[in-house]
Design a binder for this molecule. Structure first.
Ligand SMILES: Cc1cc2nc3c(=O)[nH]c(=O)nc-3n(C[C@H](O)[C@H](O)[C@H](O)COP(=O)(O)OP(=O)(O)OC[C@H]3O[C@@H](n4cnc5c(N)ncnc54)[C@H](O)[C@@H]3O)c2cc1C
Length: 391
């Protein structure tokens, strides 16, 4: 099989890239390791920056998002028994919107299928050959080895994917910090009360409560790095959430059946080597943020906007100057965003060996964000997200 752009991975980065290239008349094949069912049901991020919403609208995949997305007027921070609300509307009405990543992925998959464009599930890429000239993707599908010849390959295959391994000296260009805890992410059929929604610093560890729809809550608990999710019953989970988020504030958490559970290790990671020959990385394939800033999906969308422009110039005008600038431009947004997500992680979690002194310092940062005008602006601008650099 042959195509112009081989896209590895049907996450938000790969699927959106396919959609943007389609709008520019460029053919692409998306190759995805997992099954269609698995990809559509995978619960992950869900807080969208304005730039992400605008991009999905521009490429005609925001019909359901405009109907079901929940805009945020403010963000609530809890600590030491107090709750504080930070207004979240930025210049020009910029705001954050809650809409599940699984829904974005479903919208993009259904659109691609309706347009009759190639999207191959259950197809694991094993290697990419000839990266510097005319790349060939090798993948397994239905137990058979297959090849896809391309003019260009976009590695959108996430942190554990295969593409980054084809970047020469990737390790020498990579930077990583692994935090000494994980997040236990839960999806529950329970209405999110406005009184318990927010980010909570608790001496028992962080807890987060957010909404994914009128009757669906997304909740997180800080847990040890090697946490076994089978070790807690659903009642114990709700009890722990209540202890951190509700009881000391005199509130009650709405409970309901827990329909999805996952544990994710918190890490900040950036591979600055994002282009080699005719291969480029985008999204989690070249950076991972701790979910504390809700930025991973938004960064992936920003990368894809920049990368798609570079691919269009390369394939339609034989101009590789944008591709050469893609990493530097993307990193102008990636580094500060990863820094912000790590700062949120530093401030809201209890670290092993943490002293009362350390906790007081965390409170000082929270005081600054909640009570100081400059602090509020810093918090708001970082949560709303940075503008995308332009070529
Ligand atoms: C477990 C988990 C939970 C998360 N939870 C949150 C959260 O709660 N809040 C938040 O803000 N962010 C969260 N994130 C981060 C956010 O979801 C990611 O930043 C976002 O998914 C990045 O999109 P992507 O398309 O770059 O990568 P991904 O969504 O990871 O997509 C990569 C795709 O490539 C496929 N793939 C991998 N290897 C191969 C291969 N060899 N061949 C073919 N296909 C391959 C994968 O199956 C996957 O479908 C979470 C991430 C993870 C991993």
């Amino acid at each position: 099989m042959k195509t112009q752009v081989g896209i590895i991975g049907a996450g938000p980065a790969g699927l959106l890239l396919g959609r943007i290239l389609q709008a520019h008349g460029i053919d692409a094949v998306v190759v995805e390791r997992r099954s269609r069912d698995y990809v559509l049901k995978r619960i992950r991020a869900g807080v969208l920056e304005q730039g992400t919403v605008d991009t999905l609208r521009k490429y005609g995949v925001a019909e359901r998002l405009d109907r079901e997305g929940l805009p945020h007027a403010d963000m609530k921070l809890f600590w030491k028994g107090e709750r504080h609300s930070i207004p979240m509307t930025g210049e020009g009405g910029r705001r954050m919107t809650t809409y599940g990543q699984n829904k974005i992925v479903e919208d993009l998959v259904l659109r691609r299928e309706a347009d009759g464009l190639p999207l191959i599930f259950d197809a694991e890429v094993k290697a990419i050959e000839n990266v510097t000239d005319r790349p060939v993707i090798h993948y397994d599908h239905n137990g058979e080895a297959q090849t896809l010849e391309c003019d260009f390959v976009a590695g959108c295959d996430g942190f554990w994917g295969v593409s980054r391994k084809h970047m020469p000296d990737a390790d020498a260009h990579s930077f990583e910090k692994v935090f000494p805890f994980s997040w236990f992410g839960l999806l529950a059929e329970a209405k999110t009360s406005t009184e318990t929604r927010g980010f909570c610093h608790s001496e028992r560890g962080l807890a987060v409560s957010s909404s994914r729809g009128p009757d669906v809550s997304r909740l997180y608990l800080q847990v040890p790095p090697d946490f076994d999710m089978a070790s807690m019953s659903d009642d114990q989970i709700w009890d722990e959430l209540s202890l951190r988020l509700a009881n000391q504030y005199g509130k009650t958490l709405n409970r309901g059946p827990i329909i999805d559970k996952a544990v994710v290790r918190l890490r900040g990671f950036i591979c600055e080597k994002m282009v080699h020959g005719r291969l480029a990385l985008a999204g989690d394939a070249c950076h991972t943020v701790p979910p504390s800033g809700a930025k991973g999906l938004n960064l992936a969308v920003g990368d894809v906007r920049l990368l798609s422009e570079a691919i269009v110039s390369l394939l339609q005008e034989n101009d590789d100057s944008k591709l050469a600038r893609y990493p530097d431009l993307a990193l102008q947004r990636i580094w500060p965003t990863v820094h912000w997500s790590c700062t949120m992680s530093d401030v809201f979690h209890i670290f092993p060996g943490q002293t009362a002194f350390d906790t007081r310092r965390q409170y000082e940062v929270l005081n600054f964000w909640a009570y100081d005008e400059t602090g509020q602006r810093v918090f708001r601008e970082n949560m709303l997200g940075r503008p995308l650099p332009q070529y």
